[in-house]
Design a protein around this ligand. Structure first.
Ligand code: 6PG
Length: 252
């Protein structure tokens, strides 16, 4: 880590998710105020499920101007969109089917296609959306918000320990076969993630505590602990944790 990360710790998973929802609402409102639209990359896995459900609830849903929200994904498992493993499916069922977001604002990764082709198509879609070419470098006005989780091995999006994508400097999106999960994945690279205006890790549970301690307070070795590579150049990085996940941190 190049600078001291900002951490917020909540007493339980419910409070953590409520706080995350407030952040999403705040950042969405700010992006819409400033640019007329907001681009958010959703995370997969199980942690964000209650967040999406909360955002879809009547009380929270009406606090976001959904027709101005563009939704993307940080990574996708290479499975069809109706697979129980699809990150797109999880977000669709918990959030997107309920809120008034136009279909054209939903930019999914086509996990059912050849992984390399799906990665190239997604990169192109991002470049069209942000109006930049990959050769020009990362988008200057990138994502307003990228939501991230962390696995108990220190991976984030589909940047796994040993993934070449961890040290990628040019490509925005990569496809790779991930041995530990025996699956192809398509993932944003740090090029795009570190160009975002806001990056929000949401981490819950005691099983992540030890690894989180290593990621935040241990030696910088992103090939082993990929979450360490996340360090937005001009944006804000915030870690929202519950008490169990934060239990091994020394600085608290
Ligand atoms: C995925 C992810 C991944 C996830 C972490 C945490 O597709 O699996 O996007 O990076 O965020 O593995 O997953 P959990 O929330 O299920 O622990």
């Amino acid at each position: 880590m190049t600078r001291k990360p900002l951490l917020e710790v909540f007493p339980d998973p419910e409070k953590l998710i409520q706080a995350a929802a407030e952040r999403v609402i705040e950042i969405a409102a700010q992006g819409i105020r400033e640019n007329g639209r907001v681009a958010i990359a959703l995370s997969g896995g199980s942690t964000p499920r209650p967040l999406y459900t909360l955002l879809a609830s009547e009380k929270y849903s009406k606090r976001i101007d959904w027709p101005r929200v563009h939704v993307f994904w940080g990574d996708e498992r290479c499975v069809p969109p109706d697979s129980p493993h699809s990150n797109y499916r999880m977000a669709r069922e918990t959030l997107l089917d309920t809120v008034p977001i136009p279909v054209s604002n939903v930019h999914r990764i086509h996990g059912e296609e050849d992984p390399e082709k799906a990665a190239a198509a997604y990169e192109k879609e991002l470049q069209t959306f942000f109006g930049v070419n990959a050769r020009d470098g990362p988008p200057r006005l990138g994502f307003d918000l990228i939501l991230l989780g962390m696995g108990d091995n220190g991976h984030t999006v589909s940047l796994f320990p040993g993934s070449p994508a961890v040290n990628e400097k040019e490509r925005w999106v990569m496809a790779q076969y991930v041995e530990v999960v025996s699956m192809w994945r398509v993932t944003l690279t740090p090029v795009v993630i570190n160009a975002a205006k806001n990056v929000l890790f949401i981490i819950s549970g005691a099983e992540k505590a030890e690894r989180l301690h290593s990621v935040i307070e241990g030696l910088f070795q992103p090939e082993v602990l990929p979450a360490q590579i996340i360090s937005p150049a001009r944006g804000r990085l915030l870690w929202l944790l519950d008490k169990a996940a934060a239990s091994r941190l020394e600085r608290l």
